[in-house]
Design a protein around this ligand. Structure first.
Ligand SMILES: Cc1cc2nc3c(=O)[nH]c(=O)nc-3n(C[C@H](O)[C@H](O)[C@H](O)COP(=O)(O)OP(=O)(O)OC[C@H]3O[C@@H](n4cnc5c(N)ncnc54)[C@H](O)[C@@H]3O)c2cc1C
Length: 432
């Protein structure tokens, strides 16, 4: 009889959790371990999804059932490539599934991108989400910022920058970061999207939400007409924008927001500091324009970290197949590129699980002892699910009445709490 399957999933974000869910159903007797470099599970649900979108983050409760009821092991604080190599994992597990996401913001590729006030979206969303490995220095936005990118992440950043402290009730925003930002908030935001309104990637619901932030005057620099036979989402997007422009203020606006559709950056200009962004019209020959701004945030998607994932060579996005090698698969953003919502990772993970099921007969030949055969010192540093729950409790207990949790913004601190060790610094450092 074949030995029970031992399965490693690298990454505990949505795609890692979804693939573990599918594999548990197909292989009820298997040993499944989800490794993560962080001491907490759930990837971008915890550290990408905006802190004021708690209903989206509530999917964590569904994923938690894997560890609580479905006998899936969480092994946090283990970074593949640092604490254990991919080859080592492949030698002790029959199946290894990469679900490590995409960590690097895509580069804009225009002159001036290296100026100090050009920030990348991942940095901003990690910062407001208290990511434990993100430097906590709050960017110098100045009074005006140009956000480049027309997808939902750029709308998230816009919303975070125009809200006031009282707009974050029940969120788990990093209050130290928010307070530092509130000392010098922006008073103008230009959102630059290369697509037209018809083709823009933003969700109309996300746009409509902007209209509920008080004190904000929204305008659109371009025509918002869409053809009658345009896709339903395009019509809904145009309608959402039309409605945004109608939002009555009654008082002087705190912030002016200008939406630009059909424009792309040519260069970011400044003598040591950002001063202007030059834009070209994508679909016609209108002359280039210069937009005056103090800072830039680029939100144009995420990419492979250097193109070479732990010696696997360039992992180009591939929608066709999850298999990379004998017993080695990938799912989620590391397979498809940085496209799609949390839910889209579910169908991706199901398809990859089906590939694994089809291959399983040929894979489970030799007995493998899985997690237990990791070196003692690696297992000793792991944060298991019950250890993570200690961090989880510490965060929810530390939350003030108007917050859902107070995240611990230090990896060492999280690990110390998880392992019941004395604090290495105050439990939740103030003014970090
Ligand atoms: C800023 C932002 C906001 C978003 N907001 C929404 C939203 O509101 N709604 C929505 O539906 N979707 C949203 N998304 C999209 C959604 O987050 C993604 O679809 C989803 O998280 C991708 O899942 P994943 O598991 O492939 O990657 P991730 O969620 O990135 O998970 C990857 C995991 O792998 C771990 N890892 C990486 N390298 C290693 C390693 N070497 N060793 C061990 N572990 C490793 C990481 O720590 C991480 O936990 C957002 C995305 C971003 C970037």
């Amino acid at each position: 009889m074949d030995a029970p399957l031992s399965i490693a999933v690298i990454g505990s974000g949505p795609s890692g959790c979804y693939v573990a869910q599918s594999l548990r159903r197909s292989f009820p007797q298997s040993e499944i371990t989800i490794y993560d470099r962080l001491a907490s599970p759930f990837g971008l649900v915890r550290y990408g999804v905006a802190p004021d979108h708690q209903s989206t983050k509530s999917i964590q409760a569904q994923f938690a059932r894997l560890f609580e009821r479905e006998n899936v092991r969480f092994a946090g604080n283990i970074e593949v490539g640092v604490d254990v190599s991919l080859d080592e994992l492949r030698s002790i597990h029959h199946i290894v599934v990469l679900a490590a996401g995409l960590a690097e913001d895509r580069a804009l590729g225009v002159p001036g991108e290296d100026l100090p006030e050009v920030y990348r979206a991942g940095r901003i969303t990690r910062l407001f989400n208290a990511h434990p490995l993100e430097p906590t220095k709050v960017p110098k936005f100045g009074s005006s910022v140009a956000i480049i990118g027309g997808g939902n992440v750029s709308i998230d950043i816009l919303r975070l920058l125009i809200k006031r402290r009282e707009d974050f009730v029940n969120s788990d925003i990093d209050d130290a970061v928010l307070d530092a930002y509130a000392q010098a908030p922006v008073s103008r935001v230009d959102l630059i999207c290369r697509s037209t309104i018809t083709n823009a990637p933003s969700d109309p619901v996300m746009l409509a939400e902007l209209g509920r932030v008080s004190g904000v005057k929204l305008s659109c620099a371009d025509s918002i007409e869409v053809a009658e036979d345009a896709p339903r989402t395009a019509v809904a997007r145009a309608k959402a924008i039309e409605e945004l422009l109608q939002v009555g203020l009654g008082t002087e606006p705190r912030v002016d927001v200008v939406l630009h559709f059909g424009w792309a950056p040519v260069s970011i200009i400044g003598d040591g500091h950002v001063q202007n962004v030059e834009l070209r019209s994508v679909n016609d020959d209108r002359p280039n324009i210069l937009l005056n701004t103090n800072s830039v945030v680029t939100a144009i998607g995420f990419d492979f970290d250097g193109g070479d994932w732990h010696g696997l060579g360039a992992l180009k996005a591939n929608l066709e197949t999850g298999v990379l090698d004998f017993g080695l698969y990938r799912t989620g953003w590391i397979k498809r590129g940085s496209r799609g919502t949390i839910a889209e990772n579910r169908s991706c993970a199901k398809a990859v699980a089906e590939e694994i099921v089809a291959d399983a007969g040929s894979l489970q030949r030799q007995p493998k002892t899985g997690y237990a055969s990791l070196p003692e010192e690696v297992r000793a540093k792991a944060v298991d699910y019950s250890a993570w729950r200690r961090v989880d409790s510490a965060e929810t207990e530390a939350a003030s009445a108007d917050r859902s949790r107070r995240k611990i913004p230090s990896h060492e601190q999280m690990v110390a709490i998880a392992h019941n060790r004395p604090a290495v610094s105050p439990a939740v450092p103030l003014g970090h």
